[in-house]
Design a protein around this ligand. Structure first.
Ligand SMILES: *Cc1c(COP(=O)(O)O)cnc(C)c1O
Length: 361
């Protein structure tokens, strides 16, 4: 028998979450953000679930874009970081991709490429994130140069919010965006998941939801995924493979960070940081054993972690465990570990076998 850890990907939940995002987007089209191997869920699986329904896709890698075209996807595919060297442009053209243009270097590549056919682009405006994009000073000349490139056809203006998920919000960046783009008659693309959910009026013509598609809340402190109506897509599960009965004062795991304050029944789960479970998850991180909620104990090891079975006498070797997903939001586990569900999903290790379920599976 293989080691009992596995991840299950629910294609129907993914489709449900996408349709919820699109419904929240009103009349805007919604690009499904499938970068980073669909946030760890497998880009092929994401396409299986969303290929028939999504208005388009957004990702980073040319190879992933090529895989989408080879899978028969004819909808727009946006490259969120654009292209990286002149040789990429022939692929952009041949595959009919929509690159983001965010830098002087990319402008120069476009000008020198002498592309034959039409290329749609997103021009990225830096409104305060200070990561990628043209500023109030550099945007107007960049746009003029883009418009002078004969192959450039549709131009969409884009920015990315730094505070869509917190109390600062989007008003400041939105005001700057409107100032920089005043008088221009171009479609705009502004919102990630958090902005789409919290500031629907700012949606523009094209939204870019990512984490919400995978059932993570983009703002777990403000609203749970369940309260938003999202369903978990990835369930990471395993089993109890060992049990120890320890008495007061005994310790669990590397460094002995957990010290029993009374008789404690310890379950050992076949899941560790080499599977993608966060090593920083401290004692007390929630975990489901046999469908019942309990807590982890001590440090997470490479291949195992421990949990408290003291109040679960029926649990023993072979009892199923959910690390996150069905019955336990990844957001909760992430919060306990001081991170976000995005990181948990993306960190799912290649050694974990993955199965799919749901319609289309
Ligand atoms: C990753 C990304 C998104 C999606 O963000 P979520 O918070 O996952 O919804 C949207 N836009 C850009 C530019 C991104 O890089």
């Amino acid at each position: 028998m293989p080691r009992p850890i596995r991840a299950s990907i629910d294609l129907e939940a993914l489709r449900h979450n996408y349709l919820l995002a699109r419904q929240r987007a009103g009349s805007a089209r919604a690009l499904a953000v499938v970068k980073a191997n669909a946030y760890g869920h497998g880009i092929g699986r994401a396409i299986q679930a969303l290929g028939g329904v999504a208005d388009g896709f957004a990702l980073l890698d040319l190879d992933e874009a090529r895989a989408l075209r080879e899978a028969g996807i004819t909808k727009p595919i946006v490259l969120l970081e654009g292209f990286f060297e002149p040789a990429d442009l022939s692929d952009v053209q041949a595959l009919g991709l929509t690159p983001a243009i965010h830098s002087e270097a990319q402008l120069v590549m476009l000008e020198r490429a002498a592309l034959a056919g039409p290329v749609d682009v997103l021009v990225k405006i830096n409104t305060g994130m200070n990561r990628l994009g043209f500023t109030a000073d550099t945007f107007a000349p960049a746009l003029a140069r883009l418009k002078a490139v004969p192959a450039v056809r549709g131009i969409t203006l884009m920015t990315h919010f730094a505070h869509a998920d917190d109390e600062v919000g989007v008003a400041g960046q939105l005001a700057r965006f409107r100032q920089i783009s005043a008088g221009l008659d171009c479609p705009v693309s502004l919102s990630n998941s958090a902005a789409l959910l919290r500031f629907p009026k700012a949606a523009g013509q094209l939204v870019r939801p990512g984490i919400m598609l995978y059932g993570g809340s983009p703002m777990p402190e403000l609203q749970s995924a369940e309260a938003i109506g999202l369903r978990p897509v990835m369930t990471l599960s395993s089993e109890i493979i060992g049990v120890q009965e320890i008495s007061v004062g005994e310790r669990v795991g590397y460094g002995g960070t957990f010290v029993a304050d009374g008789p404690t029944r310890v379950g050992v789960v076949a899941c560790g940081y080499a599977d993608g479970y966060p090593r920083h998850a401290p004692t007390g991180t929630p975990i489901l054993v046999g469908g019942r909620r309990t807590r982890t104990l001590g440090r997470v090891s490479m291949d195992m972690l421990a949990c408290d079975l003291s109040h679960l006498p029926e649990a023993g070797v072979g009892t199923p465990v959910n690390l996150w997903g069905d019955g336990l939001a990844a957001d909760e586990v992430a919060a306990a570990a001081g991170t976000i569900s995005y990181e948990l999903f993306c960190a799912l290790a290649p050694r974990v076998p993955v199965s799919v379920r749901g319609a289309g599976a």
